[in-house]
Design a protein around this ligand. Structure first.
Ligand code: BGP
Length: 474
């Protein structure tokens, strides 16, 4: 009996992978000379959940890679923990054990025919740098570029690099939604400044990579949430445009146009004015963005959901749903928008809209508006779900996840059929992992992890993935 439903086959040579991030899977945060990230003390104090053991990928990567190969994956997204290489973030003598670990990990990937796609910064700023302002401190840009250059030279076995993961999620979660340390709410100046500084860091890392003349590809990852007015009034459309500029357009412009277009800056300035905020662009920043804008070899697009908004002028405030208590989210951004639910669109327990059409809209928009954006990989897409473990002998039934992924791959293939160059899809996530602001009950994996015993179990989505992967064979 086949599990395939909507999508019946994948294009030949399609990249089909699973995604991970160092801090979410490795565990072992205190071993082998690893330095602290911005999360360690914060999570300890918060006391809700710990980043240890996560999925113990630090020790169990051989098993996860074996499973990956068995279930038809040909690629994996991993990230390097900056603090395993340079414990306080500043480049000096590298921590040998950290370097060794990543060599072994990449070697193991290649041994299984699984291509590693490697991110240098996935939400895990070294604590020592975080304490000095994180991306708001321009010195971190220099430190990041030094660290990136070290990795480029040290790991020639890696030929697919992403500089930074989801610049907006980090900036937004840190300074707008208050869900990531330092947990500020609606600190608009910091949020926009962090986005800009991260773009500069990315651009400089790309240029450094090209200067080294290495054989490989480099890009960055943005999560894009298309924003739609809940009803088509001019006010609501303007709210959607403002929010879109803040979370999507500013970053896409900076990455692929090498400038913030006038239209984008009109919207950004309106948001800044209304919120007494400002953005500082240092001399030379725009030159870096311009120079790098044509140098990205590929683009990693993360897509989970869209947003519906209406106009809003009241005070800012938000409630973050970090437990899966459906219907508890709220988001109101002064002078920008209020997020609203659309009764016609289903949501997950964490109030994320399930809207595959949005992926098609984003792909076609980027390909039309950003000509410097060449090949695209979907570097994250997936569904947070409270998977139910029944017994060790029973495959975990995560049919809603299969349905979600099936619909999104269908949307991707539709955009591809219309000429958008999408070459791969990474499910978030490979195995169940630790979720930054949600802990362990928000599962995404193809493989179920019993976090007590660290045993892996197969979910139905893994069987489905395997069938899908087999369609690429002759
Ligand atoms: C993305 C991040 C991932 C991952 C995922 C799911 O924003 O790049 O690291 O966590 O979202 O998010 P969450 O864990 O909050 O459900």
């Amino acid at each position: 009996m086949t599990l395939l439903n909507r999508v019946k086959s994948l294009p030949k040579n399609f990249v089909l992978g699973g995604a991970t991030a160092a801090y979410q899977v490795e565990g072992n945060t205190k071993v082998d000379g690893k330095g602290k990230t911005m999360w360690d003390d914060y999570l300890k104090k918060q006391g809700r959940f710990s980043p240890d053991p996560a999925s113990d990928f630090y020790n169990r990567y051989p098993e996860d890679l074996e499973l990956s190969a068995k279930y038809g994956l040909n690629a994996i997204r991993v990230s390097i923990a900056w603090t395993r290489i340079f414990p306080d973030g500043v480049v000096g003598t590298p921590n040998e054990l950290g370097v060794k670990y990543y060599h072994e990990l990449f070697h193991e990937c290649l041994k299984h025919g699984i291509t590693p796609y490697v991110t240098l910064h996935h939400f895990d700023t070294p604590k020592a740098l975080f304490d000095q302002g994180d991306w708001l401190n321009r010195k971190q840009i220099d430190d990041f570029v030094d660290y990136a250059k070290f990795c480029f030279k040290e790991f020639p076995e890696v030929t697919n690099w992403f500089t930074i993961n989801e610049l907006i999620s980090l900036a937004e979660s840190q300074y707008i939604a208050g869900a990531f340390p330092p947990n500020h709410h609606f600190d608009v100046t910091s949020a926009i400044q962090a986005q800009h500084n991260e773009l500069v860091a990315h651009a400089r890392a790309v240029l450094a990579y090209k200067e080294l003349g290495l054989e490989g590809r480099i890009g960055l990852i943005h999560v894009i949430q298309p924003v739609y007015p809940i009803t088509e009034t001019p006010e609501n459309q303007h709210a959607a445009d403002l929010q879109d500029a803040f979370i999507n357009r500013f970053l896409l412009d900076g990455t692929f146009l090498g400038k913030y277009s006038d239209g984008t800056m009109d919207l950004i300035n309106e948001i800044l004015d209304k919120n007494d905020a400002h953005l500082e662009i240092a001399d030379g920043d725009m030159d870096y963005l311009k120079a790098a804008s044509t140098q990205n070899d590929f683009f990693g697009l993360n897509y989970y959901q869209n947003q519906y908004v209406k106009a809003y002028d009241g005070p800012s405030g938000n409630v973050f749903n970090g437990t899966g208590a459906k219907g508890t989210t709220s988001f109101k951004f002064h002078g920008v928008c209020e997020s609203v639910t659309n009764p016609d669109v289903p949501t997950t327990d964490w109030d994320w809209n399930i809207f595959p059409q949005g992926l098609y809209d984003v792909l076609t928009r980027i390909s039309k508006e950003y000509k410097n954006c060449k090949t695209i990989y979907i570097t994250e897409n997936g569904m947070g779900y409270k998977d139910k473990f029944v017994s060790p002998d029973e495959v975990i039934d995560d049919s809603p996840r299969i349905d979600y992924v099936d619909q999104h791959i269908e949307a991707l293939l539709k955009a591809r059929a219309e000429g958008v160059d999408v070459q791969g899809y990474f499910i978030w996530s490979l195995q169940d992992q630790f979720s930054w602001a949600n802990g362990y009950n928000k599962r995404y994996g193809l493989f179920y992890v019993d976090f007590e015993t660290q045993k892996r179990y197969i979910k139905k989505s893994a069987l489905w993935f395997k069938e899908l992967s087999d369609t690429m064979k002759d």
